[in-house]
Design a protein around this ligand. Sequence first.
Ligand code: S3P
Length: 184
Amino acid sequence: MNPPTSPAPHLVLVGLMGTGKSTVGRRIAHKLGWEFLDTDDEITRTTGRTVRQIFEAEGEEYFRQLEHEVLVAAWQLSTPHVIAGAGGIILRADNRELLKSAQHVIWLNAPLPILLERIGQRAAKGDGHRPLIDGNPAERLQKLYVERESLYREVSSVEIDVEGLQVQDVIDKVLFETRLEANS
Ligand code: S3P
């Protein structure tokens, strides 16, 4: 079955946890005057449950189904959105087909030590939405990277290495690469 064509020219950010998809995405949306959608937040908004609660009660596959439904729903939106796709959004082949039909898909990438530091800082502030790296974050994140690198590459048209960049630098690069014009 062919994926539905996206009715609006969404800009999607993909990449591993900790690459800054949500922070950057929210600010780009503000600059463009577009709406912002974070797939994890949307799952929590529609189910009333956190990512961790869903993983623990129903398991990863159920979470992936919810994630898929959020992505399909985003493809029905008639106005362009900046979408922060959670780290595992590229796992399902049907998601990848949808993503490849988006106007812009940007892969935010960074060396693992940087991601681990950022993830650790967020976790210390109580952010617990990353159950896949419980226990041994370094080993688990490395595994996710190896499993997913080619999938991020497959769906994206541009890769941005965020190492050493401030949020504003990443935003500037995204706008440059997409030729989208900020209105603020
Ligand atoms: C996941 C990434 C998380 C969240 C869940 C699973 C993944 O989102 O969806 O913990 O599989 O990489 P972020 O990428 O926003 O951290």
